[in-house]
Ligand binder design. Structure first.
Ligand code: N01
Length: 538
């Protein structure tokens, strides 16, 4: 029995064990059932939702438009669901995922409040033995790790943290009941996407907000708004076609750059395009010209445009200069904002640059930097995640011949297609390192992986095969190809979570695949069509 509330009765006989009940895990469960496999999901939280279950900080919403950031596998679902805003809030996304779980009767095969701690390949039985925090054991022929690329919060080891007398929060583990900062002095550490979304709202509520910034980030206006009358209906009238078209774009989001190069147009035209895209395109501003993330001079142009915007919004020029990013545009993941820079014009908001003078320690009454204590009643850690490998590394995953995944990956993750790992038969990762993952529309990425895995398992069943495993040369070739593609982009030009640089001691490897969704999907297709070339099937 796994939990008292939801006990599986045939745990040792299931075909597919899925870890995680976010977008990837839920669709995996639905698809596996549809293909006639028995499947079960183990989920650490007490409900479905993954990212959208855990991230409940003020202002949390998706930066991919709702019409794209949603499932496309079921026409009735996409026709019936009504999005209220261009970019859905976390509560709206969570209710969408809950609706999907109910609509497809998924909950009966999900065991909540159950964290997986270990998975061991049993060669003699050709199955995975999976263990949970409560000491339960589940066996399954196949294991799908739908654990999310950004699901393990990074909590820097600040000295003195335990001495703090106020409340502490991490944006990725926000209290379900919400937090009222009225009358409070709040400190927030970090200026990535989570901080940039939450700072304007916390500033409106708190007495005083102190922002501790180590690296200035690029943020562009989200341009969020309620859906216009008739807008959703127009999308739905051609939804299937829109979805198909989306898959032809590198990000799996159908946005066509205004031109191939920012350098091929006059200064006036470039400025006009940047301004137009700045006003309305949100995250897709980065696609205003096709070469912004590849050619230094084009990148300089867009970097300078955004720097100019920051200087024009922030009234205190010394504050503006701290907020102006020094990195190339897009090498850290771009952020979208609603009134982020404007918030620094408020009297109750101050900015502390901790780049050259890092945080010394947390003290009982606040945060100590360079001998000054910034007093706080609450400290928010908006310090990000152990990305891409964090959740997989937290479990003790032991493959063939006793090979432990963290040992194999001690110099950085390697995989074939970001889906499978040599030495770990019958194990699949959804949005794993080596796949496009967070560089594309994540829901499309999840669906693509699940459908590839479903076809693969069906093939194994149809051919009476027991196990599939990525071959070493195929994995090495994929790692090398991913490295080459990654080096061609300016995204790898600075420290970021893409590279694991935000976690002390983590090897520096650019983890998401940068070749774009169409090339990636084509490679996955051709491997399958070739009878799973690059895999050993036994
Ligand atoms: O985390 P981050 P995030 N001292 O890693 C700072 C997705 N997402 O949760 O840059 C001081 O980006 C760190 O500083 P530095 C999206 O993919 C999407 O904000 O390492 N500061 C940085 O400023 C995103 O990229 C959405 O120098 C320290 C911050 O903490 C990803 O999640 C919304 C520090 C961490 O920023 C992660 O975003 C939210 C230290 N010791 C998230 N350690 C949307 O869809 C870390 N920092 C809109």
């Amino acid at each position: 029995m796994l939990t008292t509330s939801n006990p599986p009765d045939n745990s040792s006989n299931i075909d597919v064990l899925i870890v995680g009940a976010g977008f990837g895990g839920l669709y995996a469960l639905h698809k596996m059932r549809e293909c006639g496999f028995t499947a079960r999901v183990l989920e650490a939280g007490d409900d479905v939702g993954g990212t959208w279950y855990w991230n409940r900080y003020p202002g949390c919403r998706c930066d991919v438009e709702s019409i794209h950031y949603s499932y496309q596998f079921d026409e009735d679902l996409q026709q019936e669901w009504v999005w209220s805003e261009r970019y859905a809030t976390q509560p709206e996304l969570l209710s969408y995922i809950q609706h999907v779980a109910d609509r497809f009767d998924l909950r009966k095969d999900i065991t909540f409040n159950t964290r997986v701690t270990a998975a061991t390949w049993q060669e003699d039985k050709a199955c995975w033995q999976v263990e949970t925090e409560s000491g339960e054991t589940v066996r399954a022929k196949y294991c799908i790790m739908a654990t999310g690329p950004l699901s393990v919060p990074n909590m820097p080891d600040f000295p003195g943290l335990d001495s703090f007398t106020g409340d502490t929060y991490h944006t990725g583990l926000w209290p379900h009941e919400g937090v009222d900062f009225t009358g409070k002095r709040v400190a927030i550490i970090g200026t990535g996407s989570s901080a940039i979304q939450s700072i304007p709202l916390i500033a409106e509520q708190a007495d005083q907000l102190t922002v501790f910034q180590r690296t200035a980030n690029y943020a562009v206006p989200a341009a969020n708004r309620p859906m216009n009358p008739g807008e959703l209906e127009a999308v739905k009238a051609e939804y299937a076609e829109l979805r198909t078209r989306g898959k032809n774009f590198p990000t799996a989001i159908p946005v066509t750059p205004s031109g191939p190069s920012a350098l091929a147009v006059s200064d006036e035209e470039r400025e006009r395009v940047f301004e137009e895209w700045w006003q309305d395109k949100g995250l897709m501003f980065q696609a205003a010209f096709a070469d912004l993330l590849f050619v230094d001079e084009a990148n300089d142009a867009v970097s300078d445009f955004v720097r100019g915007k920051i200087r024009s919004i922030v009234e205190d020029s010394s504050v503006a200069e701290i907020l102006v990013p020094k990195n190339p545009f897009g090498c850290k993941r771009m952020c979208v904002d609603t009134d982020y820079y404007k918030t620094f014009n408020r009297d109750n908001v101050s900015l502390v640059n901790v780049k050259d003078t890092p945080i010394d320690r947390i003290v009982p009454g606040g945060v100590l930097v360079g001998g000054t204590t910034y007093e706080a009643d609450a400290v928010i850690f908006a310090t990000g995640y152990d990305a891409m490998t964090g959740a997989l590394s937290k479990m003790h995953i032991c493959g063939r011949d006793g090979l432990v995944l963290t040992d194999k990956w001690h110099e950085g993750p390697s995989s074939f297609l970001g889906l499978t790992v040599h030495g770990f038969p019958n194990m699949f990762t959804i949005n794993g390192p080596g796949s496009p993952s967070a560089l594309v529309n994540m829901v499309t990425g999840c669906e693509h992986h699940v459908e590839w895995i479903a076809d693969c398992l069906t093939h194994l069943r149809d051919t009476g095969s027991a196990a599939i495993e990525a071959e070493k040369p195929a994995e090495e070739a994929w790692v090398e190809h991913s490295r080459e593609v990654g080096n061609a982009s300016l995204r790898s030009a600075c420290d970021s979570w893409y590279l694991g640089a935000n976690i002390p001691g983590k090897p520096r490897v650019f983890m998401p695949y940068l070749g774009g969704f169409p090339a990636y999907a084509e490679k996955c297709d051709s491997v399958a069509k070739d009878g799973y070339s690059g895999f050993a099937i036994t």
